[in-house]
Design a protein around this ligand. Structure first.
Ligand code: GAR
Length: 209
């Protein structure tokens, strides 16, 4: 996927940015990727501070500064293209992206989602899973298509639930899994080991897996 040097990666994040931190402390520090930019829709997002501390360029694209989502996403896309971004990672980015944005980075956007998709898509996936009473939930890393959490699945890992476990403990375990799974997925892509099956675009092939 990448030309010369490590894969150029950008992260979009709306909040705390613990998944961004896992990418900084893992692949970015190891040099398997180069994190070149972090963008947020929220000026106060802790993710921006984490990026700043790591010396990564940041930019903020608040929804209200643009006529509509398409205009805002065009501005984000232009910023990412200026940085020569090859892969966009959604790490707790709580905004829907326009179809134009998704098509302009076709098969070059991945998202981490705190459930085993296609179960519990959308917001508050952990709360949805706990409320439903499922015994097993987990984490999914998937390519982003124009639906909500519907794109081809790259990696998944299960987490068991019990009724007696407090929500906070479940959240902590989900996060711990995310912090392993997302960097792993990004490194697989950076190593050129990931491709979409041309016969069936729902299937993601991982070379050597
Ligand atoms: C993560 O749990 C991520 O899976 C979730 O937001 C959290 C962000 O945490 N994303 C979604 O729910 C997207 N639908 P972080 O800001 O600490 O990385």
């Amino acid at each position: 996927m990448s030309g010369e040097g490590p894969l150029r990666v950008a992260v979009l994040a709306s909040g705390n940015g613990s998944n961004l931190q896992a990418l900084i402390d893992g692949p970015h520090e190891r040099g398997t990727i180069e994190l070149v930019g972090v963008a947020s829709d929220k000026p106060g997002a802790t993710a921006l501070e984490r990026a700043g501390r790591a010396g990564v360029a940041t930019s903020v694209f608040p929804r209200d500064d643009y006529a509509d989502r398409t205009a805002r996403d065009l501005a984000i896309a232009a910023w990412l293209e200026g940085l020569g971004v090859e892969l966009v990672v959604l790490a707790g980015y709580m905004q829907l992206l326009s179809g134009e944005f998704i098509r302009s980075f076709s098969n070059r956007i991945v998202n981490v989602h705190p459930a085993l998709l296609p179960s519990f898509a959308g917001l508050d996936a952990v709360g949805q899973a706990v409320a439903h009473g499922v015994r097993v939930t987990g984490v999914t890393v998937h390519f982003v298509d124009e639906g909500v959490d519907t794109g081809p699945i790259l990696l998944q890992e299960a987490v068991e639930l019990t009724y007696t476990r407090p929500m906070e403990a479940v959240m902590d375990e989900i996060h711990a899994v995310e912090h392993r799974l997302l960097p792993h997925a990004v490194e697989l892509i950076a190593a050129g080991r990931v491709s979409i099956d041309p016969e069936n675009p729902r299937l993601v092939r991982i070379e050597g897996a």
